[in-house]
Ligand binder design. Structure first.
Ligand SMILES: [Zn+2]
Length: 284
């Protein structure tokens, strides 16, 4: 019996090893995209980077806008309409620049496991309700700032309504209404030839040193990818805050032509990729 258990154990180890090898390959596939399908960044750039900031936090206007103006960098702001009025003039001025304003829903629903969202939990939502919430945000942004949003950021990065067997993804609603939908707290960058625009990966910029952010940019550049960073407040420290010093150095690094980085809004980079994909299709 012991012998049988031992040999069973041996076989399962072997199976596990083979499986993890296959799984490992599945997780990080070799670049299988044909040359003609590859997306080449403009002007020989090695990577694209988008800086994005959520919730219309007042520090984005107070500290972010002057900083980005100093470095000539355009970013994407995903606005919560209820916060817009705290800096209404500031946000109106943003619409006259090259920055992008995107949709982040009206009431910011997340899982009810987060205490702030227990009374507005995605578990209790229907597709109809989330659609109405997103459309209300669009109307508010249009009314307050005269802007039509083109891209969306999922509150808390969560993309579902309901629970269990009745759970539904609301990604298709985003795919219909917007050219792009951005996630949050993801662990990788986007492959421009493959990525689903309605479900873009985004990595956190809050609390990171310049060295940590530079590493993410350099990793993206090594593989020709699109790094989307997401932050909240912009300040010298604190919870959910992208640090001013890190941001200054990051903007300088991305704007230095020697580093071959294209830094621009989600909308602009998304439009570029869509055009390139269409060109590739025509050539095939
Ligand atoms: Zn948010």
């Amino acid at each position: 019996m012991l012998k049988m258990i031992k040999s069973f154990h041996f076989i399962s180890c072997l199976l596990f090893l083979t499986y993890s090898q296959i799984w490992g390959q599945y997780e990080m596939p070799e670049e299988t995209t044909e040359k003609s399908e590859k997306i080449v960044w403009p002007e020989g750039k090695r990577a694209a980077v988008s800086l994005t900031f959520d919730d219309a936090r007042p520090s984005q206007i107070d500290n972010g806008i002057p900083l980005f103006a100093r470095y000539g960098v355009n970013v994407t702001f995903y606005l919560s309409p209820e916060n817009i009025e705290k800096r209404l003039e500031g946000w109106k001025n943003v619409t006259k620049t090259g920055h992008e304003i995107g949709n982040h829903t009206m009431t910011h629903p997340c899982t009810g496991n987060y205490p702030f969202s227990r009374e507005n939990a995605l578990e209790e939502y229907t597709l109809e309700k989330i659609k109405t919430d997103i459309e209300t945000a669009d109307r508010e942004i249009q009314k307050l700032l005269g802007v039509t949003t083109r891209t969306f950021a999922y509150p808390c990065g969560q993309k579902f309504v309901g629970r269990g067997a009745g759970l539904q993804s609301y990604v298709p609603i985003i795919a219909e209404k917007f050219i792009a939908g951005r996630g949050w707290l993801d662990e990788n960058t986007n492959d421009p030839a493959f990525c689903d625009m309605a479900r873009l990966l985004a990595m956190e910029s809050d609390g990171k040193s310049f060295e940590q952010l530079k590493q993410l940019v350099d990793n993206a550049a090594a593989d020709g990818r699109w790094l989307i960073l997401c932050g909240h407040d912009i300040n010298d420290g604190g919870r959910q805050t992208t640090l001013i010093t890190s941001l200054e150095q990051l903007c300088e690094y991305c704007q230095n032509p020697d580093n071959g980085i294209w830094i621009d809004t989600v909308e602009n980079i998304c439009n570029y990729i869509i055009r390139q994909r269409n060109n590739n299709k025509r050539q095939n």
